[in-house]
Design a binder for this molecule. Structure first.
Ligand code: ADP
Ligand code: ASP
Ligand code: MG
Length: 815
């Protein structure tokens, strides 16, 4: 004997019912087939009852919907010549249903008992439809109203089964009386419904058809219980939330119960109890892909896994009972739970601090008003005398749970769970771990659930590849090269570093485009052209709203407005990669605040390209400091532009022409005066000094300017014109140096905490004498590198190397 249950989606349409019949045809031997209502019907019935009760005529529309669905299915299933009696049978049920709901609307009252009566029509209709169809296509079938055999108490809406009576009725019917004297080996029964001792219809709770099937299976010692649904078994997470879920081929009863209790809908948790007691295996199978293995639920599995799955329940409220009067006084928790139990409120999770100063209980959100009233009433006296505070209720929460029998054999699982969540800015309100260590649960904000489930799934189940969600502000020269590199390196990074880089958003100063599946990088110009108008504040708000795991924001602009958004991003654990130098070179207070935020919220604030473009200057400095070294002096050529300009300016071309070439080659800042005035170099040495541990401000840096003041006024074009006029000034600088056999270099230095920048004439044996083109060089004199400095040298400007540096920061943050 086997018992099969088909869920609402399996019987949702004529087409689906045909699939169900294909499965049923293949059954060998005796079987009971339990059916759910057609998908959506139970919800519509609840709505109809509640609407009728409050006099809302909309109930008629709900009933019409139910009628339409069933009648349409009849026409699609049966040939026209034999349809009349079928339609009549269905019509009879529909009329009866309409009569009851009409009655509710007349008296304006719908008790839970009446509601159960209304709900029963969902399963009654679907089971009579399917059994008539089975008979019509030649599959001989008996049918039976499960209300005759399943006996419950009168707790309408979620009745408790009287197993003694029920089991004996079922045995009586199927065994003792030889299948009720019927000929067929197949019996179709409606799920979900039962009756109490007075013969009133009851229901077993939402999703209860699974339970009906388990009750039959256990009573008859079935060989197997098959739950046929719309997915190929239980998965490592809800497939509607997580893309790369895995099927779970084998799982224990206890694990399946924990998973479903904590939200995985596939199987209704009470279902497990009766079949587990009799060790009847349960198979979860897919009606739409019947050859898939599905999931086998059994007592022990050979297929031991540390973590089985990740699941969540929404619409949770947390009750916090707090007060100094509770400490050391026995009986408080008993009274709390008694009060909740008297109000029929189900407790899902409990935590208590060891100081006994507070108890925290999770319940369904819909019961929170009742809970507050009940608990405040219970502790009325203690609240009045100030021993405890009135109950504090928080809503908008969810429970997230990691489930697995073998977790208890592994240490560090909860550490891994919480650090993964922490890195993604998921705020944890409460934690509970059962002493069975079969599940670890955390209460988090509902808005974070999707991100949390995905992050944990990636951590515990992915084949190693981590999804990185990137947002790029600025698609100028460096920005577009960066996007090009991300596209080019995608496969390599995925294969070698196990990171899937996905650019989810790009923005210019006026527009922004998002694509959750990843922006088309190959056609980025078109993407931007078609993007919607947006400013940077809206762009970053949207990043926060999306709340994606492993989010990285990349600033490849030179805009102060973008910098203003860093704090809110870092606070939400979105890492910030700044090519933009404004933040790191702003007031010390701001720079420190950003670094502190990154530390506090487990995000990264990286700006390697602020100094020496792609050269690993800041990272090296950081490594020195971290390993206990002390930086005493820095000498550096930090402007690729100025190095290029003074290397190329030999008197054959005007200074202005040389600067223009530097700009055209993409070495300069968007406004080349930032380079020429020494401001850019000053910013860089400021950043190095700070990273080396010196608390200095821009104003503390001595800047020996070589550019005449007059060049700084007006537009960039005015600047070029003025430089042309000032050619004799530049020529004199060059000639004076050449006359002494020296070369011009723009040098930054830090010595004993004092920083300066300026043009110097250096001799042929100076460390920087042979620095060519747009190269940068940094010399670190430290305790460890006292006589011979640690030298970092190489191309220090240019879009490609800068983009590569940003790319390296992205990888660093991602890992
Ligand atoms: P039925 O109508 O057949 O009773 P349900 O809707 O009750 O089906 O349950 C099946 C659904 O459960 C799937 O469609 C899936 O979206 C959802 N689900 C949630 N968590 C899980 C999980 N861990 N594994 C598989 N399915 C899950
Ligand atoms: N039809 C009921 C419900 O939707 C029972 C079930 O489908 O299992 O809850
Ligand atoms: Mg279900």
């Amino acid at each position: 004997m086997k018992v099969l249950k088909f869920g609402g989606s399996s019987v949702a349409s004529a087409e689906n019912i045909k699939k169900v019949v294909d499965v049923i045809r293949k059954i060998e031997g005796e079987a009971i087939v339990v059916l759910s209502a057609m998908q959506g019907t139970t919800d519509k019935l609840i709505d109809a009852g509640r609407m009728a009760e409050r006099g809302d005529e909309g109930y008629k529309q709900k009933l019409d919907g139910i009628r339409g669905l069933h009648m349409r299915t009849v026409t699609e299933l049966f040939p026209s010549q034999s349809i009349a009696p079928i339609q009549m049978a269905i019509e009879e049920d529909l009329r009866e249903l309409e009569r009851i709901v009409q009655g509710v609307s007349l008296v304006g009252e719908c008790s839970l008992r009446t509601l159960d009566n209304i709900l029963s029509f969902g399963e009654l209709l679907s089971s009579s439809l399917v059994s008539m169809y089975l008979n019509a296509v030649g599959v001989e079938t008996g049918s039976l109203d499960s209300r005759c055999l399943i006996r419950t108490d009168s707790n309408f809406g979620s009745a408790s089964v009287d197993f003694k009576e029920t089991n004996s009725f079922i045995e009586q019917y199927f065994i003792k009386s030889d299948f009720g004297g019927r000929k067929s080996k197949l019996t179709v029964v409606p799920g979900f419904i039962a009756s109490d001792t007075s013969g009133h219809t009851t229901t077993l709770g939402r999703g209860g058809s699974d339970y009906t099937a388990a009750i039959f299976a256990a009573a008859l010692d079935a060989d197997v219980l098959e739950i046929w649904t719309d997915v190929s078994g239980m998965m490592t997470a809800d497939p509607r939330f997580v893309r790369n879920v895995r099927e779970i081929p084998r799982i224990t009863y206890r694990e399946a119960m924990e998973l479903s209790h904590f939200g995985a809908k596939v199987i209704y948790p009470p279902t497990i109890q009766p079949v587990m007691a009799k060790r009847i295996p349960v198979c979860v199978k897919n009606t739409f892909s019947p050859d898939d293995f599905g999931t086998l639920i059994e007592a022990e599995t050979s297929d031991a896994k540390m973590i089985r799955g990740i699941t969540s329940i929404d619409k949770i409220a947390v009750l916090n009972l707090e007060g100094s009067g509770m400490v050391g006084v026995p009986g408080f928790s008993k009274r709390l739970f008694d009060a909740l139990s008297r109000s029929q409120i189900n407790v899902i999770l409990i935590t208590q601090s060891s100081s006994e100063h507070s108890i925290c209980v999770a319940i369904e959100e819909k019961a929170n008003d009742r809970a507050k009233a009940a608990v405040d009433r219970e502790f009325e006296y203690e609240i009045a005398v100030g021993k405890i505070d009135p109950l504090r209720v928080e809503t908008g929460l969810s429970i997230l749970a990691l489930v697995g029998d073998r977790m208890r054999f592994h240490t560090g699982v909860s550490g891994r769970m919480f650090s993964t969540l922490g890195h993604n800015g998921v705020n944890i309100r409460a934690i509970a771990q059962g002493s069975s260590e079969r599940n670890i649960s955390a209460i988090i904000e509902s808005a974070d659930v999707r991100k949390a489930v995905n992050t944990l799934h990636e951590e515990f189940f992915s084949d190693g590849n981590k999804q990185i969600n990137i947002f790029v502000a600025g698609v100028g020269t460096v920005g577009s090269r960066l996007l090009g590199q991300i596209e080019q390196q995608f496969q390599h990074v995925s294969d070698e570093l196990r990171l899937n880089l996905r650019v989810v958003g790009v923005a210019t100063s006026k527009k922004a485009a998002f694509a959750d599946e990843g922006v088309e990088l190959g056609t980025i110009k078109d993407v931007i052209a078609e993007a919607e108008a947006s400013d940077i504040a809206a762009f970053t708000d949207s990043i926060i709203e999306r709340n994606l795991r492993n989010s990285i924001f990349v600033d490849v602009t030179a805009s102060p407005d973008v910098v203003e958004t860093y704090p809110k991003l870092l606070q939400r654990s979105v890492s910030v990669i700044a090519c933009n130098k404004i933040a790191a070179s702003s007031e010390l207070k701001k720079y420190q605040a950003l670094k502190d935020l990154a530390r506090e919220f487990n995000s990264n604030f990286l700006f390697e390209t602020n100094v020496g473009a792609g050269l690993p200057v800041i990272k090296t400095l950081e490594d020195l400091i971290r390993s206990g070294d002390k930086v005493n002096r820095i000498e550096a050529v930090l402007s690729g532009t100025l190095n290029f300009v003074f290397n190329s300016y030999d008197g054959t071309r005007s200074f202005s022409d040389v600067v223009r070439q530097a700009q055209q080659e993409g070495y300069t800042e968007p406004d080349p005066r930032l380079d020429l005035s020494g401001t850019d170099v000053a910013r860089k040495i400021l950043i190095l000094a700070r990273e080396a541990g010196y608390a200095i401000e821009m104003a503390d840096i001595t800047n020996v300017a070589f550019l005449p003041e007059s060049c700084l006024a007006g537009t960039v074009e005015d600047f070029y014109a003025e430089m042309t006029r000032q050619e004799p000034h530049f020529r004199k600088l060059l000639d004076d140096a050449t006359a002494q056999g020296l070369k011009l270099k723009y040098i930054a230095s830090l010595d004993a905490g004092k920083a300066s920048v300026g043009l110097q004439s250096i001799g042929p044996d100076h460390n920087f004498a042979n620095l060519s083109g747009k190269d940068n060089a940094v010399l670190f004199y430290t305790n460890r590198y006292a006589d011979q400095p640690l030298v970092i040298k190489g191309a220090g400007a240019g879009a490609d190397v800068t983009a590569a540096g940003v790319f390296a920061d992205i990888i660093r943050a991602a890992r």
